[in-house]
Design a protein around this ligand. Structure first.
Ligand code: GLA
Length: 413
């Protein structure tokens, strides 16, 4: 666990004592993530390569009498108290909608939570920057509840031991359901998968249709993962994510009856050469979105081969090609994100870079030679400020382990 998380845990303990009194018994911890390749492929049944990063959410707490769940944020606000047997939604946009949603989904997955609890939340994943602070919050809450023994065991699982990948995947799907059905955000599996499956200095491959996955070494020494926050807000882009999903569906509708399939038909089952052959007859917007998704899948395949061959520079070039495709075909970049990628490309140690997550604002992610990461960060700050007048926030990260829980060495009550 990185030293910065110890400091975070110390802050959370103090906040716990302040809000609830006494000591917490356990901790759940889960990282944020970056998407390295495979932009907007997840909900299209496609391929992704991501990495968990060493910025995390932690949840500390203990059991409480009765059947009420209580969450508080170390930073601000009231305690959110709610009955575990009749969980209602809070207002959209509130973090409490996420925390309640995890309890709702875990109950549905494994049965009623065993008892009430008090919990405090702290974190250092930048909010609203495309680093999945929400999935890291979800996974940290889930792991906290598991560590506290509140989630009934699934057949074949002993939650008091480390959970195997099969149940981690079930948990990722449960948390995604919570986000889709309880929170009401139509995201794919990428974020929860990454937060749960992370491994230090490894990238994470996921086939979102078959759920085949792998952890791929990023090399030794592993490059730094440098996240640059453009300091532009995503609010302007509200609704764009769903619009892009709908645009992809236009092409799905064309091929659904033409390509034999079982179950729900996915855009990723269309071949790129087929799309290109049919180009002139396809919806002019949908075909661009589809070309991005299908070419991203291809870049992910090549990226897996590059990492298996230890060729990180080749992987970096694929990331930069991904950004160009987002910019030109998926049109989910912005002048600020493009400027930030260009600043990165002219900075020392750069191996490749792209926008991360939904797009339109927020962050870019770059692979940078580890020993040049600080010089890179300095150069991007200066160059981006010169181009845009905005001062970017630059986070030099490493690929980190996924969610885990820990006893804090006091009576769990
Ligand atoms: C957001 C979503 C993810 C994924 C990315 C784009 O981050 O939450 O599920 O769709 O956008 O790749």
């Amino acid at each position: 666990m990185p030293a910065s998380w110890d400091a975070l845990a110390g802050r959370a303990r103090a906040a716990f004592a302040d809000r609830f009194g006494g000591e917490p018994a356990v901790m759940g911890c889960a990282p944020g993530r970056v998407e390295l390749l495979g932009n907007h492929t997840d909900y299209n049944g496609g391929l992704v390569i991501a990495a968990a990063i060493d910025r995390a959410t932690i949840v500390l707490g203990r059991r409480a009498e009765g059947r009420e769940g209580r969450f508080a944020s170390a930073g601000f606000g009231e305690i959110d108290a709610f009955p575990l047997d009749a969980i209602e939604r809070t207002e959209p946009g509130s973090w409490t909608r996420y925390t309640r949603g995890v309890c709702w989904a875990l109950t549905d997955w494994a049965g009623p939570l065993v008892s009430g609890f008090d919990a405090i939340i702290a974190g250092d994943v930048p909010l609203g920057a495309g680093l999945s602070s929400s999935a890291s919050l979800q996974a940290a809450v889930a792991w906290f509840l598991i560590q506290l023994g509140l989630v009934p065991n699934r057949p074949g699982t002993d939650f008091t031991r480390d959970i195997g990948d099969l149940h981690r995947m079930e948990l990722a799907m449960t948390l995604r359901r919570s986000e889709n059905e309880f929170v009401g955000v139509g995201s794919g599996l990428l974020d929860q998968f990454s937060s749960l499956f992370g491994r230090a200095d490894h990238a994470l491959f996921l086939d979102c249709e078959t759920l085949v996955h792998d952890r791929l070494p990023l090399g030794n020494p592993a490059p730094a993962i440098v996240v640059c926050d453009s300091k532009t807000s995503r609010r302007l882009a509200d609704g764009m994510y769903d619009q892009r999903r709908a645009e992809c569906e236009r092409i799905v509708d064309v091929y659904r009856d033409r390509i034999p399939h079982k179950g729900e038909f996915r855009l990723s089952w269309v071949r790129l050469d087929q799309l290109e052959a049919d180009w002139d007859h396809l919806d002019p917007v949908g075909r661009l979105r589809a070309r991005h998704v299908l070419s991203e899948n291809e870049r992910v395949r090549q990226g897996v081969e590059a990492l298996k061959a230890g060729d990180v520079p080749a992987f970096g070039r694929l990331m930069s090609a991904s950004h160009a495709s987002s910019r030109d075909d998926f049109e989910n970049s912005s002048p600020a994100l493009d400027a930030l990628v260009e600043s990165a490309a002219s900075s020392p140690g750069f191996l490749g870079g792209k926008l991360s997550g939904a797009g339109w604002a927020g962050c870019t992610v770059n692979l940078v030679r580890a020993e040049q990461a600080d010089a890179f960060a300095e150069s991007v700050r200066t160059d981006y400020a010169r181009r845009t007048g905005l001062v970017p926030e630059v986070h030099v990260c490493r690929a980190a382990d996924g969610a885990f829980g820990r006893d804090l060495g006091v009576d769990a009550g």
